[in-house]
Ligand binder design. Structure first.
Ligand code: SF4
Ligand code: SF4
Length: 278
């Protein structure tokens, strides 16, 4: 077995270490790969097909985020077939979801020249807003079924398994088990699903409220890194502050302890810091 794999990407020779994916090999040539379901700290779900490329000898397009690189592969990333496929992915997702906060999907649509109204005439699916707890809101009209939340809640991070994909075809949706409301489910409100959601379908309550009031200002946010004070693990927190008020807490995705994941206290237990004394 070779330690190094030699591939060609659009005719350019590239060498990557054993264990790399096709996406890694493409990025080694300084090209970017569009992705929606892929996340650096989650196992590839192969759900969106935005990253497909043409592999010589393969009948079908392959998902570059999950396909292991192999010695001698010949990959094409910009053929008409690849570009049409990516465009179709954007058009299909935009026909069934509200992409207002789905910035990666908006970008995919832009770079592929997708027509968002091609299949739906511009309408999005009606799905009721689920506002059943004080920490985060679920607006499933924005969901693209990327599976990231299910993976973060499951064995990729939280190991709570509170949510899964239920139903098939047009009925497929993220469910907290038997159609239950979140407070009746196994959810422990870590918010790790919220942290990885790429579309705003899962969104912190504070951010949701501020957006509804027209007071969310992304450019006005300041971000300060600190260490969580609740226990001795030492998770890194990034405090997002707007108008001198903490409005969101995240953790850096590249942090070696958290990998972007937190518990309920670290993510949502910040209100005490801004309660004024008697
Ligand atoms: S908040 Fe945590 S436990 Fe609840 S559904 Fe999301 S990832 Fe699972
Ligand atoms: S709720 Fe968000 S993370 Fe979960 S499947 Fe839908 S878009 Fe993906």
């Amino acid at each position: 077995m070779h330690d190094q794999l030699r591939l060609t990407i659009d005719g350019v020779n590239v060498t990557v270490p054993q264990g790399s994916t096709v996406k890694d090999a493409i990025e080694a040539t300084n090209q970017s790969v569009p992705t929606l379901c892929w996340h650096e700290n989650l196992e590839p779900a192969n759900a969106c097909r935005a990253c497909v490329v043409e592999l010589k000898g393969s009948r079908v397009l392959v998902a570059s985020c999950s396909r292991a690189a192999e010695d001698g592969m010949e990959i094409q990333t910009t053929t008409e077939r690849v570009l049409n496929s990516r465009k179709l992915v954007a058009e299909l997702l935009m026909s069934t979801s509200n992409a207002d906060l789905a910035f990666d999907l908006q970008h995919l649509a832009e770079i592929t020249g997708a027509n968002p109204g091609r299949f739906s005439g511009g309408a999005t699916w009606e799905r009721p807003l689920q506002d059943d707890n004080s920490l985060y809101v679920r607006d499933m009209a924005k969901c693209i079924l990327c599976y990231r939340c299910v993976q973060a809640c499951g064995e990729d991070a939280q190991n709570t398994f509170a949510i899964s994909v239920a139903g098939r075809g047009f009925e497929a949706h993220i469910d907290a088990g038997f159609g239950r409301e979140l407070p009746e489910s196994d959810c422990v409100y870590c918010g790790n699903c919220v942290a990885v959601c790429p579309t705003g379908a899962l969104i912190g309550k504070t951010e949701w409220n501020l957006r509804q009031e027209g007071r969310w200002n992304e450019e006005g946010l300041t971000r300060t890194d600190t260490i969580c004070s609740y226990c001795g693990v030492g998770c890194a927190l990034t405090l997002h502050v707007l108008d001198n008020r903490i409005v969101k807490v995240t953790s850096p995705a590249d942090h070696p302890v958290t990998h972007g994941m937190l518990c309920v206290k670290g993510r949502y237990g910040y209100e005490f810091a801004q309660v004024e004394g008697e």
